[in-house]
Design a protein around this ligand. Sequence first.
Ligand code: FES
Length: 130
Amino acid sequence: MTQASSKPGSVSIGRYDDLRQKERVVLDIDGTSVGVYFIGDEIRAWHNTCPHSGGPVCQGKTVPRTLQGVEEGTGKSLGLTLDHSRRMIVCPWHGFEFDLLTGIHAIDERTRLRPVPVALVDGDVVLTLG
Ligand code: FES
């Protein structure tokens, strides 16, 4: 995320120091639903419309990335493990999972959340809607 000056179509959603206490806020801005996520020092904003069938993806829970280990040679399952270095947003309609930081689907990188540009402006979190 970058520091930026105000642009046409931009809207402040509040102070960064207050908002970062939450992992997520979902807002309606002039009829556009947006999910804004705070993870470490990173901020991401995604349109709250799932690329699968239009579900409210940003209202889904966030979970660590789940991995299925497979034994080389035999293909035998080694069970599930969790990758706590990555957070996934789980769409509440059909369970598609998207990387919280990149918006990319867990296994199909062509399927992605639609980003909303976000910046810090004088300590405010500012979204730019086109
Ligand atoms: S609408 Fe999101 S997974 Fe189907």
